[in-house]
Ligand binder design. Sequence first.
Ligand code: MF3
Ligand code: CO
Length: 260
Amino acid sequence: MITIKSEREIELMRESGALVARVLDLLQTEIAVGMTTKQLDVMAEEYIRDHQAVPSFLNYVPKSDPGVTPYPATLCVSINEEVVHGVPSTKRVIREGDIVSVDCGVYKGGYHGDAARTFVLGVIDEKVQLLVDATSESLARGISMAVAGNRLHDISSAIEDYARSFGFSVIENMVGHGIGSELHEDPAVPNYGRKNTGVKLREGMTLAIEPMIALGRSRRAVSRRGGWVAVTEDGKPSAHFEHTIVVRSGQAEILTGTFL
Ligand code: MF3
Ligand code: CO
C-alpha cells in the first residue's frame, strides 16, 4: 500500500532528511585515504545520536528475509565493485583511486530519511569518474520525473536511458523504495523500466530513489551466503547515489539535501 504523507508528516521528514544530508556532508569533508570504513561509521553514529536521532540501518532485518543477521552498523560503505551494503570494518582501509559509496539512513520524530553518495578518493580512472558523474546525473534525471501525474516507471526509464547512453549497466536486483514511518515502504522503485507504465504518482508520495550503476555488464549485485555486501558479478566498479524526495505537482522536493 502506497501512503500519501500529510504536510505535517513531510515537515518531519524534512528534518530527518536534513540530518542525513548533514551526515553525508560531514563524511564528505572527513573521508581520506588511510581511514578505515569503521571510522566513518563511528563518526556518523555519533553525529546522529548527538542530534536526537537513531541510525535507521542499525539492527535492520529485511521483512523479506527474516533469517538474515541484523545489519550491524550505521552506514553502508561499499568500495569499488561493492554495489551496496558494505559493512564498515576496522580492517577495511580506504585507498587512493577508490570510489566509496556511503549510504546513510536516520530515524527522527517517527520518520526516516535515506540518502547515498559515491565519493572519489584522489586520482581515479577517467572511465570510473564518468561512471560516478553519470550515476549522480541519472538520479537527477529520475527525480525530475517524480512529478504528480507521471507514472512510476517514468522515473525508472529516465535513469536507465541516461545510464545506458554511456554503455553502463543498471543493477536490476536492487531497487529504490517508498519511505516514511518505515524505512522501506511501497512502491519498489526500479532503476529500469518502460515509461508510461507503473502506478500514477501523486502529490505527497515520498520515495527513496537510488540508482546503482556499474561499469561492465553485470546487471545483478550478488552476495555470499549470510553476508550483507553485494558485489558486481564481473568485479567491475559500481556507483550509487540516493535521495529521499516528495512527489509534488510542479517539481519534486528533495528532502536529503542538494546536488553539490
Ligand atoms: N539505502 C539502502 C536501502 O534502502 C540501505 C539499506 S541498508 C540496511 O535499502 F541495512 F538497512 F538494509
Ligand atoms: Co534506500
